[in-house]
Design a protein around this ligand. Sequence first.
Ligand SMILES: [Mg+2]
Length: 412
Amino acid sequence: MLIDKADVIVTSPDRNFVTLKLTTADGLTGLGDATLNGRELAVVAYLREHVVPLLIGADASRIEDTWQFLYRSAYWRRGPVTMAAIAAVDMALWDIKGKAAGMPVYQLLGGASRKGLMAYGHASGKELPELFDSIRAHQEQGYKAIRVQTGVPTLKAIYGIAAQGADVGDASVRYDHEPARRGAKPVEEDWDTRAYLNHLPGVFEAVRNEFGPDIPLLHDGHHRMTPIQAARLGKDLEPYDLFWLEDCTPAENQEALRLVRQHTTTPLAIGEIFNTIWDFKDIIRDQLIDYVRGAVTHMGGITALKKTLDYAAMYQIKSGMHGPTDISPVGMAAAMHLGLAIHNFGIQEYMRHGAKTDQVFEQSFTWTDGYLHPGDRPGLGVELNVDEAGKYPYEQAYLPYNRLLDGTVHDW
Ligand SMILES: [Mg+2]
């Protein structure tokens, strides 16, 4: 079980992905997702220059010990680059352990706690008719829960509105929401919180009138509000019974959520840009959130996110793992195995990858009647086709950024 080889593979089929592939002396392989949207090559360098040399000759069976060694021996802890690199190693070691045991990873984590994972998709539209069509299209694909994002009349571009095929360079692709754009500079978008707050409740009223009270609806505020603005939005949305309001304030200040919580019973989800349990510590202990949005890929892997979710379980807080297309099929598989095994699973974000991505990453998961299942292949159940990956070299791409109407840079 000694690690003989560690390859960092960068490929850009529909978007950029960074994958770590570990090979043991006895020929077992494991994959880990190290994709950090818009900063991919920083993780590549971290892995190649500083982690791979430490892994060669190490014992692949020692998952916890390897995690602790990579986290503590660096001295410089936390941060998205470091934690994505550690996550990739952790996932790859779980993949190898599963293959060595002849079991899917969820069995190693305690076995299945449910038949499948309820997932939500991203419906969007600049105007209501387009939004309604998008919700119906998701229902036809089996989605039982739907995130609703909408345009604001005075704004040109806004987070969460679907990019059509032309935007991603392939007319056959309609990404539900793919904000990272290929190019040398990030795209500038505009933002006006007052216009957004005035517009959004009417959208949810229209959606409830059209689709009824039963369908779980979600919304992402994408870190753009102050605490008191977020409190107002949560209150205004209460009649429409949201499954959650996500990232209502910038995530760095955990204390902001206390103010939001004092004013609204709309459930709160946060944490897709967090990278350790420490970012969640206070808001879990003080019960300021309802769902943990951490991603296996950004939180240091299965080992670290499971500890965070076990801690959250003590407070009846559930998982809501990040799962847009910048989580590679390897990272999604890791999320599915973890979500299937834990008791406090809540919901899984699930955007479909493009056809080219599905050719690069051969996957075993199933999507049946709104529920995901990672499959029963030993390990994570994903294999990388190196020849296909080689067809798509890295392309510079950035997430957009925001300016207010007066030109001030704002949270995107
Ligand atoms: Mg989000």
